[in-house]
Write a protein that binds this ligand. Sequence first.
Ligand code: NAD
Length: 501
Amino acid sequence: MPVRDLTHFIAGKPSASTSGRYSDVFNPNTGEVQARVPLASSAEVDAAVADAVQAQRSWATWNPQRRARILTKFLHLVEQERESLAQLLSAEHGKTVADAHGDIQRGLEVVEFACGIPHLLKGEYTVGAGEGIDVYSMRQPLGVVAGITPFNFPAMIPLWKAAPAIACGNAFILKPSERDPSVPLRLAELFLEAGLPPGIFNVVNGDKEAVDALLHHPDISAVGFVGSTPIAQYIYSTATANGKRAQCFGGAKNHAIVMPDADLDQVADALVGAGYGSAGERCMAISVAVPVGEATADALVAKLTERVRNLTVGTSDDEDADFGPLVCSDALDRVNSYIDIAIADGADVVVDGRAFTLPGHEKGFFTGPTLLDNVPTTSRAYIEEIFGPVLTVVRADTYDEALRLPSEHEYGNGVAIFTRDGDTARDFTTRVNVGMVGVNVPIPVPVAYHTFGGWKASNFGDLNQHGPDSIRFYTKTKTVTQRWPSGIKENEGHFIIPTMK
Ligand code: NAD
C-alpha cells in the first residue's frame, strides 16, 4: 500500500504543509507506516488563526437556529458514511470497527446536544429588578478557540469540543493526535458539506510546536485539552498564564469496588468489558478491581480468570476480536514494562499477555490480556496509569478500605461500585473523592446533556466537557442593567452606588 500524505484543513480546504516536518501514522495491525501527517510550523498556525478570526465575525452573527441547522445536516452526513468512518478510525487506532462505531456515536450525541443551542443560549432576565429597571444577561462567543485532543477517541473527543464551541458562535481550531488524524480531517470536509462556512472548523496537524503556537497566540481565547496528565498540566498552566480560558482533562486510574453482595457473574462480565475493551486505551477503562473480603476476592478472581483466558485478540477489522492492537510500539513497551514492574513488586500474575503474538501479524502492536492479583498499592503499576489491557486486583478487607483507595488515589476520573445494597451505594456516591461514579455501571460516562469531567489529577480547570458546562466554557456572559421609563425624564444625578433596595 502506498503511504498517503495527509494535509491540514484550513479556511475550508485541504492545505498542504509548508513546514517540511512529518510524523508517521502506523497501521497498528501490521506495524507498517500507512500515512504521513504534516507537523505545522507556528507560521502555519498563525495563518489558520488569522483566517478563523475573519470567519468567526460573520459566523457569530448567524442566529442560533441557523447554526443548529448546520449541525443537524452534519449529523445526517456522518450517519450516511458512518461505516467507512468507523473503518478509517479503526485502521489508524487499532480499536475494533464495532468499537469505532461507539466512538463516533458518542461524539454525535454531543452534536445532537449542541443542536439545542437556541434554547441553551437563552440568557437570564429579571423584570423590575428596581423601579423601571430590568436586568438581563446574554451569552456571547469567545472568538477563536482551540482543541487539542488525544489518540484514543479520534472522533468523539474532537466532536465533544467542536460541536458546543461552534454552536455558540466560535471558530474552532482542532489539533488532533498525530497518531490518528484521518477521521478529524474527514469530519472537517463533512462540516463544510453541511454548510459550515470556511474557517469555522479547522484542523491543524502537529506536535508541540503547533500546540505552543496556539497556547501563545493572542487571538486564541480558550483551549480545551484531553490527554495525559503531565501534558494537561503543562497546557493548563501555559494557556492560563497567557490569559486564556482552559479546561484540560488528564489521565485516570479507575477503580471498581466489588461488595460481597454483588452478583459476581455480572461483575466479572462488566469488568472484562470495561478493562479490556479498546485494549484498555480508554480514560474510563476500569484498571483496578477492588473486591471486599477474601471470599469475594477469590470468587471474583476465579470468574475473571476464566473470562480473561477466553478473550479473543485480533486485528481491528476482525469481527470476532474482543480487542485489537495497541496504538503504537511505544504503548506496547509501556504496557509490558508496567507488568514487569508489578511482578517485581510482588503481584501475582494470573494471566500474562506479554508473550502474545498474532500469527501473520508479528510486527503488529499486539499484547494479550493480563490479569494481576494482589498488586501492592505502593507499586508504580498501581500508582501510575498503564493504559493497556491490564486489570489489576487490589484486595480490600473492608468497605472503608475500599472507599479510601480511589478517594486517596492521585487520579479521580471515574469509579464504580457493584452492590445490591442501596445504602452502601448511596454512602459511596456521596463520599468517594472522584468525579464520575457508576453504581453497577462499569463505565459511567455521562450522557451528552450532563457534563463529563474527573477530579484531582484527571482534570485542570473548573468547567466540564459537554452538557451545560460546555456552553458556559465556550461563551462569556454579558449582563445588561437597563432603565427605561423614569431615569431619563427625571434628569437627576446620583452620587451613591446604585442598589436595588
Ligand atoms: P498525550 O498527552 O500524549 O497527547 C494528547 C495531545 O497532546 C495530542 O494532541 C498530542 O499531540 C499533544 N501533545 C503531546 N505531547 C505534547 C507536548 N509535549 N506539548 C504539547 N502538546 C503535546 O495523550 P495520548 O497518548 O494521545 O492520550 C492518552 C491519554 O489521554 C491517557 O492518559 C488518557 O487517560 C487520557 N485521556 C483522558 C480523557 C479524559 O477525559 N480525562 C479522555 C481520553 C483520554
